[in-house]
Design a protein around this ligand. Structure first.
Ligand code: SF4
Length: 77
C-alpha cells in the first residue's frame, strides 16, 4: 500500500504566487484572499504535490506522513 500524506499550507507565509495550483493541478486552490489551500489535506503520496512543495518560493507547503507525522517535505535536517 502506498503512503498517505497530510498536506498543509502555512498561510501566514503563502504569497499567493499560484505556482502550486499550476504545478499540481487539482491539488491546491487559491481562496479569494489569494491564499493556497490543499484540496484534499489527506491524500495519497503524489509526485506533483511533492514538486509543488519543493518549488513553493516561500516553502509554505508542508507534507507529513499521515499517522506517524514523519516529515516528507521539508525533509528533516
Ligand atoms: S506556491 Fe507557495 S506561495 Fe505560491 S500559492 Fe502555493 S503555497 Fe502559496
Amino acid at each position: 500500500m502506498g503512503d498517505r500524506w497530510q498536506v498543509e499550507v502555512d498561510r501566514s507565509i503563502c504569497i499567493g504566487s499560484a505556482q502550486c495550483v499550476h504545478r499540481a493541478q487539482g491539488a491546491f486552490r487559491l481562496d479569494s484572499g489569494m491564499q493556497s489551500h490543499p484540496v484534499e489535506p489527506e491524500t495519497d503520496a503524489n509526485e506533483k504535490v511533492l514538486e509543488a512543495a519543493e518549488n513553493c518560493p516561500v516553502e509554505a507547503i508542508m507534507i507529513t506522513l499521515l499517522g506517524s507525522g514523519e516529515p516528507v517535505f521539508p525533509p528533516e535536517e
